[in-house]
Design a protein around this ligand. Structure first.
Ligand code: SGN
Ligand code: CA
Length: 484
């Protein structure tokens, strides 16, 4: 199971205390929780390409959401499982161009998908389905499980659209958390001093870049009175859904409009609305995980099914004042990873080795006893999860982000390396800037120590490591690449 933009901070097993996700947490209680799990490129389509192919984006071709094309003819772990006799299915958010390949059954959301009464593309037939996207995705996945070819082992990829922007809650959760005040991260009012141009020029601040329409849920801008861009989405609602929605948000909005907060208070208000809406969506995702686990149990599939929960990347929940992802800073570099497999993984296992979504394909093939193609670049973490000794595990991970788009958050291209303790990042393309962090002393990455002479030795070692990894993974120079 993979969700979209689900921050580890919003999974209670990771200990942030923000919300409760009892069903997802069960995977950690009954299996393994990976505490240092990362992506190779913190953005949707590219992450999905990494998961399927076990290769970095410069090799699979899917470097960004907007321009890059994913060649569906390439080898994926799903195709290899199918060839090995598995029955396979892909349900929910796909977000790669073209029709899914390697699946006996697929039923996917076109593009980003919609929250209410979404269109689904079932094996080439598009139709609008009434209901809420998260419950529908879970339902379609369970329907497939129920009707699958039981003479074969199965592989199901259940990929939720939620909690992706624009965070529309399920009707029964419209009111959830409305009485909860979420604690403001202590770097919410970050001024980015101590970091380079990229952190200063991003467009993902909650205070500035959440819009009054589809983000903050006002039909009119509270300051100018202009109609916002919220209306196109509610056009999908049924009259009853709209009435339920209005009953909650009109009331909440009226309270806000009566006394509009100013300055920092307005920023804090936006943060609360963002957090409440985001976490309402997470709640439905967690319910879905519960349904899947219940299905497995009821059908005697609990012992012999490997259940994985992850996200396509991490997300900012107000840290640095941000929403969205993309940066190689911790909140978006990390992604949740929980695995249950009672036959092999002891309950309550915690894995703190450095793993990446690059490792998913090789690991799944390893579990299935299918040989891993030599050109897959990840490593199987099966032994780590089983608590078996692993002679030599990687001591650093490599990252490369490409999607520098002014109108979509404006995050400069960068690549870098992260070890257990340090991180080195190179922002390039229209800048040439390095940043370095000591994650032990500065876990929130508030001040780059790249030029600090006290860290000269570590800096040299990180540069060396970065060069090694770029060579190992066959990445291009990074500088001077052309981009459409
Ligand atoms: C949309 C969102 C962005 C988001 C990208 C990529 N804007 O463009 O906030 O970063 O998707 O997300 S929205 O107002 O249209 O929702 S991704 O998860 O698909 O990579
Ligand atoms: Ca995403």
């Amino acid at each position: 199971m993979m969700s979209d933009d689900h921050a580890y901070q919003a999974i209670s097993a990771y200990g942030s205390g923000l919300n409760q996700t009892p069903n997802i947490d069960r995977l950690a209680k009954e299996g393994a929780l990976f505490t240092k799990s990362f992506v190779t490129n913190s953005i949707c389509g590219p992450s999905r390409a990494v998961v399927l192919t076990g290769k970095f984006n410069h090799l699979s071709g899917k470097t960004d959401n907007q321009h890059a094309i994913f060649n569906n003819d390439q080898v994926t772990f799903a195709k290899l499982l199918k060839k090995a006799g598995y029955t396979t299915a892909m349900v929910g958010k796909w977000h790669l161009n073209g029709d899914p390949q390697g699946f006996d059954y697929w039923n996917v959301l076109p593009g980003q998908g919609e929250y209410y009464n979404p269109d689904f593309n079932e094996m080439g037939v598009k139709k609008r389905v009434e209901g809420y996207v998260t419950t529908l995705t879970t339902k379609f996945a369970l329907d497939w499980l129920e009707n699958r070819d039981t003479s074969k082992p199965f592989c199901l990829m259940l990929q939720q659209k939620a909690p992706h922007r624009t965070w529309l809650a399920e009707e029964k959760y419209l009111n959830l958390y409305e009485d909860t005040e979420f604690p403001l991260p202590d770097n919410f009012f970050d001024d980015y001093s101590g970091r380079g141009t990229a952190a200063h020029t991003q467009r993902m601040k909650i205070s500035e870049y959440l819009n009054w329409g589809h983000d903050l849920k006002f039909e009119n801008d509270p300051f100018t009175g202009e109609t916002t861009n919220f209306l196109p989405e509610i056009k999908r609602f049924t009259p009853q859904q709209l009435a339920n929605w209005r009953a909650v948000y009109d009331k909440l909005n009226a309270v806000f409009l009566k006394k509009i907060p100013e300055g920092a208070e307005l920023d804090k208000w936006k943060y609360q609305r963002y957090m409440r809406d985001y976490l309402k969506c997470v709640k439905s995702v967690d319910d879905g995980v519960g349904e899947v686990l219940a299905y497995l149990k009821a059908h005697g599939l609990e012992e012999n099914t490997i259940v994985v929960y992850t996200s396509d990347q991490g997300f900012y929940l107000g840290e640095h004042g941000w929403f969205d992802k993309r940066f190689m800073y911790e909140e978006s570099l990390r992604t949740p990873l929980l695995i249950r497999y009672p036959k092999e993984i002891k309950p309550g296992t915690v894995v703190s080795n450095l793993v990446q979504n690059l490792d998913y394909a090789p690991s799944i093939l390893d579990y299935a006893g299918v040989s891993v193609p030599r050109d897959m670049q990840g490593e199987s973490f099966r032994k780590l999860a089983a608590g078996k000794p692993v002679k030599k595990w990687r001591d650093a991970i490599y990252y490369h982000y490409y999607e520098y788009l002014a109108n979509v958050h404006n995050v400069k291209r960068h690549y870098g390396v992260r070890t257990d303790r340090y991180k080195l990042i190179h922002f390039y393309y229209d800048v040439d800037e390095w940043e370095m962090y000591d994650l032990e002393k500065d876990p929130k990455e508030m001040k780059s120590i790249y030029d600090d002479p006290a860290y000269a030795k570590e800096r040299v070692a990180l540069h060396k490591k970065l060069t090694q990894l770029r060579k190992k993974y066959k990445d291009r120079d990074g500088l001077g690449e052309t981009f459409p």
